[in-house]
Design a protein around this ligand. Structure first.
Ligand SMILES: Cc1ncc(COP(=O)(O)O)c(C=O)c1O
Length: 388
């Protein structure tokens, strides 16, 4: 048997590095008493009324496929939410697709719009899936480094410098994973101007929209003349604490949504019906719980960031999401060394910045989706670690 031939992996996949977050967390597995500020997932369990809707769905025998694009009532609820809360009118019949999380939506949009060699501008640091999904779709990721820009924010000028005749799209994520950066209306307007002037598509990942503490969240497609130029991605994982339900959605121009639906129907068929029923309940009655969780994150945010700055780890106050992105430069260690030693010596797990882009050597990401007491204890341990 020629295993080399038999088990050969496509070059594209073979050359993809594994997710930096997962690789680091393999180290954490098997260790006791670790305080994890690592994985980007709410520590809250999904609010009971949403879980109850899921239980009810099962009890009533909702165990089938749904329409590929999603249940009509969910599509309608998404249209109501985007209209009322985000000021964008989407037609539930052809401008919305329900997906298995924003993860699936991101993969679908790349595969739907890219031809081999098309370029996609990706600001770094960024969520781990952007570059791989572009590559897997045959595109070329063009990295826009924001490591040295104020608040890690993308600027219109920085985008414009990277636009070529091959640029097909730009990815924007705000509030951002991993930096927590978000944008004011004025900042969004200037980014929108570049997008309009150059006729490129915007892929706007707004999955943390409910977790914006200092500035009201404004959706990019709601900006003047941006609806037709934007594929808007959102989901339930973060704001509603529903990561395990695996449910999200994409809204955008009919032609692109229809192309994404074609791929979705051959790969996923549809999002799980129980999760769709739960999402309907989240959209109908979920806001009070979302606001309660956001208040709690806000409290933790201030505590963690103050603690980090106190021990000399420079960290700007993130405007949203649930991450603090701190520099460990003052310790003389790289983010990877810092994270590895902190884990071994103090049993606190954080993610090395390089998981979010090659310029991340001097940073670490700390998720404050952990209990207040865990955050307090983690800060104590980090202080003692830095002192040593
Ligand atoms: C910016 C960003 N986009 C997308 C996702 C994936 O979300 P989902 O659970 O909806 O697939 C994450 C998850 O961490 C994220 O941080």
């Amino acid at each position: 048997m020629n295993k080399n031939k038999l088990h050969k992996i496509s070059t594209l996949v073979d050359e993809l590095p594994p997710s930096g977050i997962r690789a680091f967390f393999d180290l954490v597995l098997g260790m006791d008493d670790v305080i994890s500020l690592g994985v980007g997932e709410p520590d809250f369990v999904t609010p009971w009324h949403i879980r109850e809707a899921a239980v009810y769905a099962l009890e009533k025998g909702y165990t089938s496929y749904t329409s590929n694009r999603g249940m009509k009532s969910l599509l309608e609820q998404i249209a109501i939410f985007t209209k009322k809360e985000r000021k964008i009118g989407y037609n539930p019949e052809n401008e919305i697709l329900v997906t298995v999380g924003v993860s699936e939506a991101m993969d679908l949009v790349m595969r739907a719009i890219l031809d081999s060699g098309d370029e996609v501008i990706i600001p770094e640091p960024c969520y781990v899936s952007y570059t791989p999904t572009v590559k897997l779709a045959g595109g070329i990721p063009v990295i826009l480094p924001t490591w040295e820009l104020p608040g890690f924010k993308v600027t219109a000028e920085a985008i414009e410098k990277l636009i070529t005749s091959k640029t097909r799209a730009i990815v924007l994520n705000y509030p951002s994973n991993p930096t927590g950066a978000s944008y004011t209306k004025k900042e969004l307007e200037s980014i929108a101007e570049v997008i309009k002037r150059n006729d490129v598509l915007l892929i706007s990942d707004e999955i943390y929209d409910h977790l914006s503490y200092d500035i009201p969240h404004i959706a990019m497609p709601a900006m003047s003349e941006m609806k037709d130029r934007t594929v808007y991605l959102n989901g339930f994982s973060k704001g509603h604490a529903m990561t395990g339900f695996r449910i999200g959605y994409a809204c955008g121009p009919e032609r692109i949504i229809s192309a994404m639906t074609k791929i979705h129907q051959y790969t996923m068929l549809c999002a799980p019906i129980v999760s769709q029923m739960a999402a309907i309940e989240a959209l109908k009655n979920g806001m009070p719980e979302v606001k309660k969780m956001a208040r709690e994150y806000n409290h933790r945010r201030r505590l963690l960031v103050a603690g980090l700055n106190d021990c000399g780890l420079k960290c700007h106050l993130p405007e949203g999401a649930f991450y603090a992105f701190a520099s460990v430069e003052s310790t003389g260690m790289t983010g990877m060394e810092f994270a590895t030693k902190l884990l071994k010596q103090e049993k606190v797990a954080v993610v090395p910045g390089e998981a979010f882009g090659s310029g991340g050597g001097k940073f670490i990401r700390l998720a404050y989706a952990a209990s207040l007491s865990d955050i307090e204890e983690a800060v104590r341990r980090i202080k003692s670690f830095v002192k040593k």
